[in-house]
Structures are given as structure tokens and as C-alpha cells.
Design a protein around this ligand. Structure first.
Ligand SMILES: *[C@@H]1O[C@H](CO)[C@@H](O)[C@H](O)[C@H]1NC(C)=O
Ligand SMILES: *[C@@H]1O[C@H](CO)[C@@H](O)[C@H](O)[C@H]1NC(C)=O
Length: 535
């Protein structure tokens, strides 16, 4: 998450998630903690090892004197448990340590831990020099903070005692790929068709590199890209047959580079000059499937996509199935420009933050919406998502003809109301185009000071009832938006003079009733001296 915009987007979504799901109380919810308990005991089982003595030696940070290297590789099956005493020793005495800081009550930790344990086993099978270790940061807070672990889960890679942040994905396969890239094994070399076939069975996505020789400037660029990329396994081979078994339509000329994925759009050739930056950009544009299904595990990756627009489909799985194929067809046409994401609408944690941004959290129907990569603008497909409507929507996004979407409640009946209720859809008519002065209160349901402000506005509205060219109004900013209404602190009291609606005057929200009354008297035209009484 190097880009701060993406980071703030993620924070926003997490914040929304916390606001919206009060049932997700991490610390005390008994259901959550017992689930975590189950997961943990599964992991403990995974950690059962044959040779307790070797484990003890490792945990004490003293590899058995007989054969240091073999002790490490044998013990890779397990994830070493760290504590206040052994952590520093283990970090100091091993060239590569991947450390997981977790807390038992954190659901994301619970989700990651089985993947972490599985990746430890896979890496062991591959003979990796990496030691995998975990630290319960709740039990050992001092050690955790001395390592700079603040959130959970946190993964850190220590190379010769110096840590670097983890930037890979969170499935076992992705952890393995990332770990090998950083521990001196950035590519897998395949020498024969049978090796290639065995490899292809294990990986859902990979980069094929066919070279005359494993040397030279182009090969070096390929290796640099393999190391810098954080999630895709790179393969190198000199064998035309092996390469062809991985990538059937391979171009005859060497060197050749291509991306293989497990979906309809399976094979993509790299056509640019063979340089690291080009390869990385090619992967950025092609690594996602035509339609990505959002999960807890890939959300960070999806939110940090660098494509300009993301089109999201929120639907129940049964309703999405018939849509998928046409969506994939559309996705092919807008490749490298628009990313397509499916969210199961019944997965509240994933769907609700977005639906809330759209004011559609209660939607029973399929919702198709688009966001720009910063989620600062949003767009809604207002019709059934037929293939042609989807395609028009996407073309419109790119040429800027789809209007931005603003949320709005339905238009209320304001007859006889002393304070008019304004919604997104009526903001133009009732505030900006109205010939009258408008005193507008902007509130949200969760703002603590808003109630008091509302009461003041009610009182003012009663008091100034006689002023014919003044309207009192209020808008709930949590469910209504308008491009001209840019308020970040609530409550906000805005006075829109009849003569100049483009420059509302912002009143201090802590103003006394008397001050507000005086302000209105002063600013509403002289002919309106109906209000003579003191407040
Ligand atoms: C770690 O230290 C050892 C011994 O000093 C050295 O040989 C090795 O290259 C270092 N590894 C890395 C990745 O820097
Ligand atoms: C508004 O006031 C008028 C006159 O007092 C009354 O007849 C009418 O029913 C009221 N309308 C609503 C919606 O309350």
C-alpha cells in the first residue's frame, strides 16, 4: 500500500465497516472468540512435529550443533512460536525469518493463520531457507512493539536481522510466491515438458519466460521484474516444448514472455521491449481475471488496483451466474482501462461499505456501480444490466458522458413544514434555484451536537415565520449528496443569500440562538421587518 490515496480509501472502507457492523465487536463477542479458538487449535495440530527436541532447540534460538541447515529445513513444517525470550535470538540467528504478529481476537488474524501455516509446509517441501514464526502480540506486547508491530495481523520479513514490510497476497500460495521472490528464488526453472506440466497443475497464474540462455540484459530485466513483482510466480525455460505446454500459442521467437491465468482469457503475450518496467506494467494491466470476485483475502489488492475505473456488480450468487459471461465479454473490450469486480451482496462486510456509499444498503436487486480509483466519484447503472447496457455504461465512463451519481432520499412532502426537508434530488430546486434566502442545517444522524442545532433551527423557524423571503431547511448529509454541498463537519449552518446562492455563509455551529437571530435580521432584506421581537 504505497500509494496514500489507496491507503486512505482502504481506511475509509474499514471505518465504514466498523460503523456499520456493530455486531463485529472484536474483543468480547463470544462467538468470534470461540471461532478463533477453533482455528487456533487447528493450527496447533498443524504444528505437531515429530522431533520435539529440534523444536526446543529452535525455540531457544540454539540450532542443534549437528547440522544447522538441516535442522532448519526439517523444522520448516512448523511455525515457531515466539515469546519475549526467544524472538530476538531467532531473528538474529536465521538469515530469513517471516514473522507473523497476530492477536487471538482479531478475525483477520484468524483468517490468515491457517494460510500462514500451510505456506510454511509448502515452503518446507520446496526446501526454502525461510524460517516462519509467529508472535502473539497480546501476550507479548513489549516484544511486538519493539518490532514495530502495530496492527494485526502484521507480517515482517527479516533478512539478516533487518526487517522489511510484507507486500504479498494472503493466501498460502501467494505467501509462498512472495517469500521465494525475497529469499533468492525469484523464478522456477523448468527443464522439460513433464516438469512444466507438474508446475502448471500447482499454479493458477504465472509468467512464462522462454530464453535462449539464462543470461544477458533481457534476461536480467526479466529477473528484476520477477523480484519486484510481489504476487506472481515467474518461470524460466530454454525448452520450446516446455514453454509450449504452458503457453500453446507461443511466438516462435526467443525471448518470449507471456502471462497464463486460469480463466477464459487464459493466455496473454507480452509484446513490449523486454524491460523490467514494461513487464511490471503489463502485469498490472493483465493480472486480474476479467471479473474478479472480491474476498477478504484479495480486497487489499483489488482496492490498490491502478486502473482508472472499477465497475462493481453487487448481486446474489444465483443472479450473478447468468450475468458472468456477458460481463466477461464486456471486460475483454475494456481491458487495461476498467476493472470488473463481483461482490456477493449477501457478504455484508464486503458489500455494505460500498452500498452505503451509494445509499443503497437495503437494495434487494442487483446493483451495478462504478467508482474511480480513489472512490471520489461514483456512477450508477440505472437500468437492468443487459450486455448492451453494460457496454454503453462502460463506454460512457471512459468518454465522460455518464453523469456522476449522488445519493438522495425520496422527495418528501414539505407541505406546512416550518423547516423544509431537502434531499439530494431537491437541493437544486429548494436551495440553489429558489428566489428566497435559505437557512440550511446540514446534519447526520450520528452527530452528537446535531440535535441541539436542530432545536435551535426549529425555534428560529417559528420566530421568523413572518419572513416571506426566508426558508428554513435541513438536509441529512449521511443519505443525501449534491456536488455543491461540500460539508465535512456536522452540524453545519449555512446561509444562502437570495442574491448569491453560490457563496453560502457558514455560521459557527456553536452560535447562540440570539446571535443567529441577529444574523438573520441583519441579512434578510429590510422589507422583511416583520420580525421585530427580540429572541
Ligand atoms: C546475510 O549475511 C551473510 C553472512 O554475513 C551473508 O553471506 C549473506 O549474503 C547475507 N544475506 C543477505 C540476503 O544479505
Ligand atoms: C396543511 O395545512 C392546511 C391548512 O391548515 C391543511 O388543510 C392541510 O391538511 C395541511 N397539510 C398537511 C400535509 O398537513
Amino acid at each position: 500500500m504505497s500509494n496514500p490515496l489507496h491507503f486512505s480509501l482502504l481506511l475509509l472502507l474499514l471505518l465504514l465497516l466498523l460503523l456499520l457492523t456493530p455486531s463485529l465487536s472484536f474483543a468480547t463477542d463470544p462467538a468470534t472468540s470461540s471461532d478463533v479458538g477453533d482455528e487456533l487449535s487447528e493450527i496447533e495440530e498443524l504444528q505437531a512435529i515429530d522431533d520435539q527436541e529440534e523444536l526446543d532447540n529452535l525455540q531457544n534460538g540454539t540450532p542443534s550443533p549437528s547440522s544447522g541447515a538441516s535442522v532448519l529445513s526439517k523444522a520448516q513444517r512448523i511455525v515457531v512460536e515466539l515469546n519475549n525470550d526467544n524472538t530476538q535470538k531467532i531473528i538474529d540467528q536465521n538469515g530469513f525469518v517471516l514473522l507473523l504478529g497476530y492477536t487471538p481476537w482479531c478475525p483477520r488474524s484468524a483468517e490468515l493463520m491457517p494460510q500462514f501455516a500451510e505456506s510454511a509446509n509448502l515452503l518446507n517441501d520446496l526446501g526454502s531457507p525461510l524460517l516462519m514464526a509467529k508472535l502473539d502480540a497480546e501476550r507479548y506486547p513489549k516484544t511486538a512493539s519493539s518490532l514495530g508491530i502495530k496492527g494485526y495481523p502484521t507480517l515482517l520479513l527479516f533478512i539478516n536481522g533487518t526487517s522489511q514490510p510484507y507486500t504479498g497476497g494472503f493466501t498460502a500460495e501467494e505467501i509462498v510466491i512472495w517469500a521465494r521472490k525475497k529469499t533468492g528464488e525469484p523464478v522456477v526453472r523448468l527443464n522439460s515438458v513433464s516438469e512444466a506440466e507438474a508446475f502448471a497443475k500447482k499454479y493458477s497464474m504465472f509468467v512464462v519466460g522462454l530464453f535462449e540462455d539464462f543470461e544477458g540484459p533481457q534476461y536480467d530485466e526479466y529477473i528484476k521484474a520477477a523480484i519486484l513483482d510481489s504476487e506472481i510466480q515467474f518461470v524460466e525455460t530454454k525448452s520450446d516444448e516446455a514453454a509450449k505446454s504452458l503457453f500453446p500459442d507461443i511466438k516462435p521467437a526467443k525471448p518470449f514472455v507471456g502471462l497464463v491465468k486460469s480463466e477464459p482469457e487464459r493466455y496473454t503475450s507480452f509484446e513490449e521491449p523486454l524491460e523490467m518496467d514494461n513487464i511490471l506494467q503489463f502485469l498490472e494491466h493483465n493480472k486480474f481475471p476479467l471479473v474478479t470476485t472480491l474476498t477478504e483475502l484479495n480486497s487489499v489488492k483489488v482496492y490498490s488496483s491502478k486502473l482508472k475505473y472499477q465497475v462493481y456488480v453487487f448481486a446474489e450468487p444465483d443472479e450473478f451466474k447468468p450475468l458472468l459471461q456477458s460481463l466477461q465479454e464486456v471486460a475483454k473490450k475494456f481491458k487495461s482501462k476498467i476493472m470488473f469486480i463481483y461482490v456477493d451482496i449477501t457478504e455484508e462486510n464486503l458489500a455494505k461499505p460500498f452500498l452505503t456509499l451509494l445509499g443503497l444498503e437495503d437494495s434487494q436487486k442487483t446493483v451495478v456501480a462504478a467508482f474511480d480509483s480513489k472512490i471520489s466519484t461514483k456512477y450508477l447503472l440505472g437500468s437492468e444490466p443487459t450486455p448492451s447496457k453494460l457496454e454503453d455504461f462502460c463506454s460512457g465512463l471512459l468518454d465522460g458522458t455518464v453523469p456522476m451519481y449522488y445519493k438522495s432520499q425520496t422527495i418528501p412532502d414539505n407541505e406546512n413544514a416550518s423547516v423544509h426537508v431537502v434531499v439530494g434530488k431537491t437541493f437544486d430546486d429548494l436551495v440553489l434555484s429558489s428566489s428566497k434566502n435559505v437557512f440550511l442545517e446540514v446534519f447526520t444522524p450520528w452527530c452528537i451536537a446535531c440535535d441541539a442545532a436542530s432545536k435551535q433551527v426549529e425555534k428560529l423557524a417559528k420566530h421568523f415565520k413572518g419572513l416571506k423571503n426566508l426558508i428554513f431547511a435541513r438536509i441529512d448529509a449521511s443519505v443525501n449528496e449534491h456536488p455543491k454541498l461540500q460539508v465535512t463537519d456536522y452540524p453545519a449552518l449555512l446561509f444562502y443569500p437570495a442574491a448569491d446562492k453560490s457563496n453560502p455563509i457558514k455560521l459557527p455551529s456553536k452560535s447562540s440562538l440570539k446571535d443567529l437571530g441577529a444574523f438573520i435580521k441583519k441579512n434578510v432584506k429590510a422589507e422583511e421587518h416583520a420580525a421585530k421581537d427580540e429572541l
